[in-house]
Design a protein around this ligand. Sequence first.
Ligand SMILES: C[S@@+](CC[C@H](N)C(=O)[O-])C[C@H]1O[C@@H](n2cnc3c(N)ncnc32)[C@H](O)[C@@H]1O
Length: 462
Amino acid sequence: MNTSHDEPPSGGALSLARQCHAQGDPWQAVAYCRAVPSGSEDHVEALILLGRCLAATGDLAGAGHQLSRAIEADPDQAAAYLHLAEVNMQIGRAPEALRCYQRALQLQPDDINILNGYALALWGTGQLDEARSLLQRAVDTEPGHAFSRRNLQLFNSRLVDRWHFAMVNDEVRNRQFAAALERAVTPQSVVLDIGAGTGLLSMMAARAGARQVIACEANPALAALAREIIRDNGCSDRVRVLNKSSLQLDPDTDFPRHTRPDVLVAEVFDTMVIGEGALNTFAHARRHLLAPDAVIIPRKAVLYGGFVESERLWREGGADQAGGFDLTRLNQFRPDSIALEAASFGGRLLSEAFPVFTFDLTGGQSTPAKVQLDVPIPEAGVCHALVYWIQLHLDDEATIDNRPPFDAGAGRGQYCNHWYQSVRLLVPPVRVKPGMTLRVEAVHNRQNVAVVVVDPVSGEPL
Ligand SMILES: C[S@@+](CC[C@H](N)C(=O)[O-])C[C@H]1O[C@@H](n2cnc3c(N)ncnc32)[C@H](O)[C@@H]1O
């Protein structure tokens, strides 16, 4: 039964078009719009609706044409500019779209749809300050408008990575950094916190008794937030926030006169250790920013690997049979690596944990940037993935890591739950038996790590 035709809509052509449009039938609405005579008082409104409906049917060129006709007939119709802006965004003509939104907003300054649409277009073209102020204006104009609130929150949430929440809630990490700072800091200390984020470690340094703390944070939203948090917590007298990359710090102007920090704390490590640029950050700080014998926290970082059997984990990024069909061709689009909580997929380690790269952050000897490792496999099974985790040596006493707890009591250091593990799947999986070795060829360029696992039978990269 075709319910849409059980009760035919009533009224004139434009009214019928509106009803069809509201009922989700833009095709029928197009027909009614076209039936509105060009000389009638409904003409401009019909053209606008025709443009919207054509856009909904996928005819973007036709939509643009009809909306331009509406503007030609009446240049003061905000709706025509709004919908033409939307069409222009869809066909990738952002500058034209922005001009249309601007005109629409001049005509209707409080229109919630124009405010949101314009804001999203500005956001999409990188004009963040303008986008944010329009999104805020939309929420202020109509506080109960759910989509305005959603857009503003979406925008704000993109300014600060979500992992900051899990990170500041990682109590093991926090406790160990606080303890290492307590051991390092004296009442004479000047502490440099690179990558201060919310200012948490800076405040810990102040609490440990540092004379001065310089909190350096590159992200402007976080730097502004850190200032507020530090003030809220009564630490502003000793912690100063600088919103720049540490690579841009000038000790002569950014540090108190004749002062060089004698303690560095920097938690700038991603799931592969070096992805946030930690190696350059530490090298630059040692060379240009710190006092000669400064204490460096952490002093060493290690990227570990371990081969894992976990079919569920493998199915997060590998394909073979599905619904009785062969889908292995999908694997050409598989991710190079996936960040997730590996042990939550179940499974077991098939090899000992092995250090892939060890980075001495105090300037001592690190592993060469290219290594070849033959990893012994003591267990029989199916090897689905190479899982990486990181280990930070904060000082002589404290080591933290995120070794996935596949086995009880897994961590050698204190287990931190907020870092995901990075996982490289073996496609296809490799059947292994005791006595075998799996060859790993790893290389880094100080920012990224690339790894090849060699198929033990064919000798080809997996
Ligand atoms: C992992 S978060 C740590 C935040 C905070 N220190 C904490 O432990 O809670 C790293 C922060 O460092 C910042 N960052 C990374 N490298 C930086 C650099 N060289 N200079 C300034 N900020 C940096 C990033 O923007 C990010 O906010």
